[in-house]
Design a protein around this ligand. Structure first.
Ligand code: FES
Length: 167
C-alpha cells in the first residue's frame, strides 16, 4: 500500500522531515541512500517530487539521484499494487512449472518488465527463491495467503476471484 500524500507540499514535508536527521552531515553522497530509504519507508515508493526535493536538499543533480534510485532494487519509483503476488522460483517449484505460472500471471495482468505492477494498480508481482512449502509446488502467495499445486486454470480462477472482490 502506498501512503502517497495527494499534494506536492505533502511530499516535500515528508522529505524535509526525513532530511532533518542528516542536516549536519557533510558527506551528501553518503546521506543519499539512507535518506531515500527513509522517504520510501514513509511514502511506500519514491515519487518524482520526492526525488526532486532530495536533489535540492543534497545539492546533487536529479539525474544522479535517479541513477542511484534505479540502480538499487530496494527502491521503487512506482507505488506497489494493493495485493502482492509472490511466485516461488525455488528448485522444487521450478521443476513443477513455476516459470510458466509466472508468465501466465504476467500475461493475465498485463505486467511487462520493467514494470512489476498491473495497470489497474491491484497487483504487484515478485519472485522469491523458496517460500517453504515445497510439497505443494508450484506455489504462489497473494499477500499472506498460500496457493499450491498450481496449474493454469487454478491461477486464472484465483486471479479472477481477487479481481471480482475489488470490482
Ligand atoms: S521451492 Fe517453492 S516452496 Fe520451496
Amino acid at each position: 500500500m502506498t501512503n502517497m500524500p495527494d499534494d506536492i507540499d505533502g511530499v516535500r514535508l515528508i522529505v524535509d522531515r526525513a532530511f532533518e536527521q542528516y542536516r549536519d552531515h557533510d558527506n551528501k553522497q553518503s546521506t543519499l541512500i539512507p535518506l531515500l530509504q527513509e522517504v520510501q519507508s514513509k511514502i511506500g515508493y519514491l515519487p518524482e517530487q520526492a526525488l526532486e526535493r532530495v536533489s535540492q536538499l543534497l545539492n546533487l543533480s536529479t539525474s544522479h539521484i535517479y541513477g542511484v534510485a534505479t540502480f538499487y532494487h530496494q527502491f521503487r519509483l512506482r507505488p506497489k499494487g494493493r495485493h502482492m503476488i509472490t511466485v516461488c522460483r525455488g528448485t522444487a517449484c521450478h521443476v513443477k512449472g513455476s516459470l510458466e505460472v509466472n508468465e501466465l500471471i504476467m500475461s493475465e495482468l498485463g505486467i511487462a518488465p520493467p514494470t512489476d505492477t498491473s495497470k489497474n494498480g491491484l497487483f504487484t508481482l515478485q519472485q522469491v527463491r523458496c517460500v517453504g512449502a515445497c510439497s505443494l509446488a508450484p506455489v504462489m502467495k497473494i499477500d499472506e495467503e498460500f496457493y499450491g499445486n498450481l496449474d493454469p486454470a487454478k491461477v486464472r480462477r484465483i486471479l479472477s476471484r481477487y479481481n471480482e472482490e475489488e470490482s
